[in-house]
Design a binder for this molecule. Sequence first.
Ligand code: ZN
Length: 487
Amino acid sequence: MIITNSGRQFHLSLEKHMRLTSKFFFLLTLLLTISSVRSQNSQHDYQETANKIFDTALQEGQAYEMLKELCLDVGPRLSGSPEAAAAVEWGRQTMEKAGLTNVHLQALTVPHWVRGSVEEATILNSISVGSVPLTVCALGGSISTPTLGITAKIIEVNNFDQVRELGEKARGSIIFYNRPLDKTKRKTFSAYSGAVDQRSRGAIEAAKVGAVAVLVRSMTTREDDVPHTGAMNYTAGVPQIPAAAISTVDANFLSALVKKDSTVNVNLKLNCQSLPDAPSANVIGEITGTELPDEVVLLGGHLDSWDKGHGAHDDGAGCVQSIEAIRLLQSMGLKPKRTIRAVLFMNEENGLRGGKDYAQRVAANGPKHIAAIESDRGGFTPRGISIQAEPTTAAFKKVMGWAPLLSAINADHFESGGSGADISSLKKNGTLTMGLLVDSHRYFDYHHSDNDTFDKVNERELQLGAAGMAIIAYVLANEGLPAPEHN
Ligand SMILES: [Zn+2]
């Protein structure tokens, strides 16, 4: 009996258990189905929104017109220059016209270096070529030479080890750094970073062994007769010596000459100088979030440029794309839950004061920045997004899930990598920092030189980059990201 009873009871409770379990599984399946339909729906909705953003960007885009104004009306705009001050005003007015809200300036002071009117280098009294002028330009931050210039023997090197090996033999010479960008690199940014130490630290290493000036092969993948400038540095306790970039064509010419004749002398004349710091500003505008206005997704580029060309690809393109991305959302009536903010950073090229200052203010007073995307690789065909996070993190995986939204324009290559110089300081505040990836093969043809002019930018490529930024910013602003501590 007892056995039967308990057996029956067991049977009944088993039946009940199974009914309950199947009910539970039914409910679970239902919930999972609903949530998967929902996420498919939202992914589907985002895809539709993305397609509309692409249509609007290609049909009614304004980034190209904005860039034309910045390049042709304002021109190149090195930090501290009158043109940089004009660019700040251009940025403010352009954001207002584009319908951004809360448009304001964030004041800061910036270094003020001026190129001057003299930048000349001449091979003197060579036994094989006589006296020949070379195409050079001062590197940003360099001191001037005496009025009559510096005349000294050229010693060619490819790296700092060779400079150190020279020791006393380098005293009184002009060190000529001639290591080219590695053409076999698939990504031109890798080629650039493999050579740029010659420009940034070349004067320091040469001065340590008593050299009196440096010439640095231009940081370009191209062979042309245009010198490419860029920032160089001095350091405390090491004498400051003048530094100039030489075009790649003339670097090859000088190198061939030095190999034939070890006594080649060059006269270098520069009259650049550093003036006291100048007032300037970052320019900021937004579309305010409907549900979480105090959480920000930032889009940015840098407003300053070198004083060569128009600063079109570097980085007028990134500035107008940041404004245009928000203008597109605004004009289409799209209302993100979180605030999307465009920031035109000042002084990326020779100090990074704008980016550093911005991150400090955010760390001290907020608002919370959940994510930031910078466009500073030129206004070329967009290819994807570089995410400054480990691929194992939840935030990285979430952003990767949105890559298909950009597949219609083949910009769905999302990968782990760097973001942008201006926004990298935000990373320590817990912001997920990202960079717009573009086709990089032509960038260093133009970079920091007279070649970087408005006509080198293609309207469709520029617009599609802005559209890509708008799409990812919109989804980020609506969906948010997992908190960094859960990454
Ligand atoms: Zn740049």
